[in-house]
Design a protein around this ligand. Structure first.
Ligand SMILES: CC(C)(COP(=O)(O)OP(=O)(O)OC[C@H]1O[C@@H](n2cnc3c(N)ncnc32)[C@H](O)[C@@H]1OP(=O)(O)O)[C@@H](O)C(=O)NCCC(=O)NCCS
Length: 179
C-alpha cells in the first residue's frame, strides 16, 4: 500500500466492502450482516472508512457517550464515565494491516472527539477469544485497561481507554466499581 489513504465518511456503496473486511476480521470484531451495518451507518456518531472513493481498506464505527446505543461495552463505559467517544468496531483489511491505517483511524477519532470537547477514547478488546494483535495495537497507541466484562455471548473483554491531549481528568473507571 502506498501511504495512508484519506479517511472519509462512509457512503452506502462502501458497506459491502466494509462487510467483507468485517468478515475477515472476526472474531476480533463481532460479525455484522449488511443490514446491521446499514443500521449502524444510520445511527453511529462516526462511521469512517480509509480509502479513496470506491476503495475501502479499513473502517471505524464509533459512538459518543450521549448517543442512543445499546452496545454492551458502550453501556459499561456509560455507567461509569462521561465525555467519551467509544470505538465500537475497527478493522483493517488483512492485506493492509501493519501499514498505519489503524493508527490513522484513531488519530482521526481523537481529533473528532476533541472537536466535540470529549475527553476520552474508549474501546473493548477481546481476551477470550484472545486478540493479542489488537491488545498490542491499543497498548502501542496509549490505551490502558480500566475493567473487564463477561459479555452475554460468552466473550471476555478488556475495557480500555485513553485520555485525549488536553484532557486533565484522571480515569474514573475502576474494575471494582459497581454500576
Ligand atoms: C488491530 C488492527 C485494527 C490494527 O490495525 P493496523 O492498521 O494493522 O495497525 P497499525 O499499522 O496502525 O499499527 C500501529 C502499531 O500498533 C502495533 N501493532 C499493530 N498490529 C500489531 C501486531 N499484529 N503485532 C504487534 N503489534 C502490532 C505496533 O506497535 C504498530 O506500530 P508499528 O507497525 O510501527 O510497529 C488490525 O490488526 C485489525 O484489523 N485486526 C483485526 C480486527 C480487530 O481485531 N480489530 C480490533 C478489535 S478491538
Amino acid at each position: 500500500m502506498r501511504g495512508i489513504p484519506p479517511i472519509r465518511d462512509a457512503v452506502r456503496d462502501d458497506l459491502p466492502t466494509v462487510a467483507a473486511i468485517n468478515t475477515a476480521a472476526a472474531p476480533g470484531v463481532s460479525l455484522l450482516t449488511l443490514n446491521e451495518l446499514e443500521d449502524l451507518w444510520h445511527r453511529a456518531t462516526a462511521f469512517w472508512v480509509a480509502g479513496e472513493a470506491n476503495e475501502v481498506a479499513a473502517y471505524l464505527i464509533g459512538f459518543a457517550d450521549t448517543a442512543a446505543y445499546d452496545g454492551e461495552e458502550f453501556g459499561w463505559f456509560r455507567a461509569r464515565e462521561a465525555g467519551f467517544l467509544h470505538i465500537d468496531q475497527v478493522a483493517v483489511a488483512p492485506s493492509a494491516r501493519r501499514a498505519g491505517l489503524g493508527r490513522a483511524l484513531y488519530a482521526h477519532a481523537a481529533r473528532a472527539a476533541q472537536e466535540r470537547t470529549l475527553t476520552w477514547l474508549t474501546c473493548g478488546v477481546n481476551l477470550r477469544p484472545p486478540n493479542p494483535e489488537s491488545l498490542r495495537f491499543h497498548a502501542a497507541i496509549g490505551f490502558r485497561e480500566v475493567g473487564r466484562l463477561e459479555t452475554r455471548d460468552g466473550l471476555l473483554v478488556s475495557l480500555e481507554q485513553t485520555l485525549l491531549d488536553g484532557g486533565t481528568r484522571r480515569p474514573t473507571c475502576r474494575r471494582s466499581r459497581k454500576r
